[in-house]
Design a binder for this molecule. Structure first.
Ligand SMILES: Nc1ncnc2c1ncn2[C@@H]1O[C@H](COP(=O)(O)OP(=O)(O)OP(=O)(O)O)[C@@H](O)[C@H]1O
Ligand SMILES: [Mg+2]
Length: 267
């Protein structure tokens, strides 16, 4: 019997319990500095081979959550667990290899003065000093469907889709178990989006990667995610299978969000 992605029979690779995240607010001379709470008591579970989408309006805290998981935000409370073991995102030297994050802006994510190949070779050498670097790079380029002559190009010489593939290859070069994808297809046109999403699906199926995915486009989420977390004002208001969220939403905010989806063109 095939076990479904997200099944409780599979042990979580990532768990968050009661996670809250704060940013410094405005400081005034007389009052103590107020903190703005960007995430409020978040509970979340991610399993190998699962694609979990986080949706919600702009500013609800999606990116903050991803950044906090990888230690890019320093004021938080709550528990973080990787494969059942507690970790502190700010002291995740060993875990850095296991959880990688990719952002929407692929151009500023890559060093403009470094050829794509050099950037990836650096990562392989740093994290896997004993592997055959050239062989590993060729494997990665094949995996993300980039031709090997891309190694000689600089980031600005690639299309947005090619650059995002290069970012995925660089993240995979580290050898992660979790990929956090923050709006990574939002800036791409629809046909390129589909190709990147198919690539991520392949990684999930073949390598049992777990993906935490944020997207504004709910059509993308519906066709791609196994589970969906709906956030509003930093809180999770609904967390369910994609099918349940889209066919039988329970929360009023989820219902409103779904009603605001523009109709698909040509569908
Ligand atoms: N570095 C920061 N300093 C202070 N406040 C921040 C910072 N980054 C985000 N915020 C605030 O935290 C809240 C959540 O922001 P976040 O970027 O996580 O939202 P988001 O859901 O990813 O939005 P979007 O869909 O527009 O990407 C917002 O109110 C934002 O203004
Ligand atoms: Mg964001």
């Amino acid at each position: 019997m095939e076990i479904k992605a997200g099944s409780k029979l599979i042990k979580p690779v990532l768990e968050l319990k009661n996670v809250s995240v704060f940013y410094p607010g405005k400081q005034s001379f007389f009052k103590r500095q107020k903190l703005n709470q960007a995430n409020d008591n978040i509970d979340l579970t991610l399993r190998p081979g699962e694609i979990l989408a986080i949706v919600g309006e702009s500013g609800c805290g999606k990116s903050t959550l991803g950044k906090t998981i990888v230690g890019l935000v320093d004021d938080f409370e709550g528990d973080f667990m990787f494969q059942g073991l507690k970790y502190n995102p700010l002291e995740m030297r060993d875990l850095r290899r296991e959880i990688q994050i990719i952002f929407q802006d692929s151009l500023s994510s890559l060093n403009p003065r470094m050829k794509i190949g050099t950037a990836i070779i650096d990562v392989i050498k740093h994290h896997h000093p004993n592997v055959d670097v050239k062989k590993r790079m060729d494997e990665l380029f094949l995996k993300v469907n980039l031709s090997t002559n891309t190694t000689e190009k600089y980031p600005h010489e690639l299309s947005g889709g090619q650059r995002q593939r290069a970012c995925i290859a660089r993240a995979l070069a580290v050898g992660p178990k979790i990929l956090i994808c923050d709006e990574i297809v939002s800036a791409l046109d629809v046909s390129v989006q589909a190709k990147i999403l198919n690539l991520l699906l392949k990684l999930v199926k073949e390598d049992h990667l777990a993906i935490l995915f944020t997207a504004h486009d709910l059509h993308v989420v519906e066709s791609f995610a196994h589970r969906v977390v709906v956030m509003k004002d930093g809180k999770i208001v609904e967390n369910s299978t994609t099918e349940d969220i889209f066919t039988n939403p329970q929360n009023e905010y989820t219902k409103a969000l779904l009603q605001s989806i523009p109709e698909k063109v040509n569908s």
